[in-house]
Design a protein around this ligand. Structure first.
Ligand code: GNR
Ligand code: NI
Length: 168
């Protein structure tokens, strides 16, 4: 097992569009295990491979109260179900310390592949839906700060850059 370093905004590597997983092999299974360990340690409720500088379409999440329900999605595809949209105060391990309100479709259907390479479908709403959409955004090189005003985004950018300089 290994804890993986998490890239932070405005690192341009977070803008990479991840490539589909062609084969669910031992390398992918190991990466998923390391991502779950890294997510639980952070702690966070989701993590996309992009955030740990692996540019493949793999995400992990666990929205349970007690870190008891790890879920892995490979090559996830989503579609909104219905017109309803909801707001949520989102945070991100790649934008540490900042929370902003984001509006997204509430009810979604997700098609993905599991760690055995087997396709599955689920529907989601609420926090699970927010989390899946937030993680798929990462795989497409997007961050929740892309949905807020440029003024707020630039303030967050400056503050994080200052922290990174102090750390270096
Ligand atoms: O841990 C996380 N919490 C969270 C809260 C509200 C909306 C989305 C999230 S995902 C985030 C972990 C993360 O950055 N995943 O990419
Ligand atoms: Ni995130």
């Amino acid at each position: 097992m290994a804890l993986l370093p998490i890239l932070e905004f405005p690192d341009i590597r977070l803008r990479t569009v991840a490539k589909p997983v062609i084969q669910v092999d031992e390398h992918i299974r190991q990466l998923a295990r390391d991502m779950l360990e890294t997510m639980y340690a952070a702690p966070g409720i989701g993590l996309a491979a992009t955030q740990v500088n692996h540019h493949v379409r793999l995400l992990v999440l666990d929205v349970s109260e007690d870190q008891s329900q790890p879920q892995v999605f490979i090559n996830p595809e989503i579609e909104p179900l219905g017109q309803e949209r909801k707001t949520y105060d989102e945070g991100c391990l790649s934008v540490p310390g900042f929370y902003e309100t984001v509006e997204r479709p509430d009810h979604i259907r997700v098609n993905a592949i599991d760690l055995d390479g087997k396709p599955f479908t689920l529907t989601a709403d609420g926090l699970l839906s927010v989390c899946i959409q937030h993680e798929i955004d990462h795989l497409d090189g997007k961050l929740f700060v892309d949905y807020i005003s440029p003024l707020k985004r630039n303030r967050i950018k400056s503050k994080l850059e200052k922290q990174h300089r102090a750390r270096a």
